[in-house]
Ligand binder design. Structure first.
Ligand code: SF4
Ligand code: SF4
Length: 373
């Protein structure tokens, strides 16, 4: 099997680009991650451990090559109200796709093709996908740390498949196509997570904070720092700000697209009040089909909805937060108190004062007092 055949097969089943690199091309990546100190230590215990995955032989002893597949996930558009709350990559449902989906089946087709042609194959989420893609000559880097493809911009999913065969390798494209003076992404980031071009502090990034802050994640606390909460705005899962502002993405953003009918259908139900006080049924039928990757317990979506409501300062949410303020889950009550304090106004104060008299948790009492201060 030759590299050309692999690429043609990948394109024939819909991938936007296919490139191939050696499994030995990750040494510089490891050095770069290590040079960033403790910024990425939060990932060390996850399946995306940035150093473990950068040695393809850790994933498969016989690793020789890495085949990189690019999928343009922004081919259909999504309702504006949802795009304000949820990253488009999640709405597109193709990142680490679930079995039974088209995206999952496409990746399986590619793996079957390789297996049927004599390759031992392994794909692992831990492979540093953006690095592999640039090494395989299919993407360039943006100063916002995203990988870019002409036409699709940064709205891409990268899949990497490790194989045990040597192949013809593509010329790396480790460069950037950012205009030299452009800093639009850096300036637009509300949390200043991009601390210099091509460098991100994930601990400050909204996308990471939406999901990393869960209990049972090593040294990471479920507590979202107050100063970060205020900058999260109305994002409940993911953040596209530094991509949507980017001049390299404007052509893709402005290209007319048909609406994603499935998201249009179920999206009518996905509102902040519905998320804040969601039932198990809502979680199963409305949240999990889209945001299945990182948050497995509905309470963190409920918490994120409380933060979003507080930041909106929209008084129409006072009633919803009042309901959440008696939720059996202490965390939901605590964040709802914070949100009511952020919202301000007499109605919020009345709700908080009335709850303070009946609240049993010291943490929540403290949050209510802070909200009233
Ligand atoms: S995803 Fe959002 S928070 Fe993270 S770097 Fe980009 S703009 Fe900043
Ligand atoms: S906004 Fe400018 S600097 Fe940032 S990734 Fe896009 S082109 Fe590069």
């Amino acid at each position: 099997m030759i590299s050309k055949d692999i690429k043609e097969y990948g394109l024939s089943i819909g991938y936007t680009k296919v490139g191939i690199t050696s499994a030995d091309n990750f040494t510089e990546y490891v050095a770069e991650v290590v040079s960033r100190g403790d910024k990425y230590d939060i990932l060390n215990f996850t399946t995306t451990n940035p150093v473990h995955g950068a040695t393809p032989k850790n994933i498969m002893q016989e690793a020789k090559s890495v085949i990189v597949l690019i999928w343009d996930y922004f081919q259909n558009d999504f309702p504006e109200e949802l795009k304000k709350m949820i990253g488009k990559i999640y709405l597109a449902r193709c990142y680490n796709p679930l079995p039974g989906t088209i995206a999952y089946s496409r990746l399986q087709l590619m793996k079957s093709y390789l297996s049927n042609n004599g390759c031992m194959v392994n794909s692992d989420i831990g492979i540093p996908a953006r690095w592999a893609a640039a090494q395989a000559g299919v993407t360039t880097f943006g100063k916002n740390n995203f990988a870019y493809v002409d036409d699709a911009g940064s709205y891409i999913v990268i899949s990497a498949i490790v194989v045990d065969m040597e192949m013809d390798y593509d010329q790396p494209t480790m460069e950037s196509k950012c205009p030299p003076n452009c800093k639009a992404c850096i300036n637009a980031c509300p949390t200043k997570a991009i601390y210099e071009p091509f460098k991100l502090d994930p601990k400050k990034c909204i996308s990471f904070n939406n999901w990393m802050t869960q209990d049972g994640r090593g040294s990471i606390s479920a507590f979202i720092p107050y100063e970060l909460r205020e900058t999260i705005g109305c994002k409940i899962h993911g953040c596209d700000i530094c991509q949507d502002i980017c001049p390299l993405n404007q052509k893709k953003l402005k290209t007319p697209k048909a609406v994603d009918r499935y998201i249009e259908q179920i999206g009518q139900d996905i509102t902040l009040p519905a998320i804040l006080n969601m039932t198990d049924e809502f979680f199963t039928n409305r949240i999990k089909p889209i945001m299945y990757n990182y948050i497995k317990d509905k309470r963190y979506f409920m918490r994120n909805a409380a933060v979003a409501m507080g930041n909106s300062k929209d008084q129409k949410y006072v009633k919803d937060l009042e309901i959440a303020l008696v939720n059996p889950d202490e965390m939901i009550r605590e964040y709802s108190a914070w949100a009511l304090g952020k919202m301000g106004g007499q109605d919020s104060r009345s709700v908080l004062e009335s709850r303070l008299a009946n609240e049993s948790s010291d943490n929540v009492k403290k949050a209510i007092k802070q909200a009233l201060a």
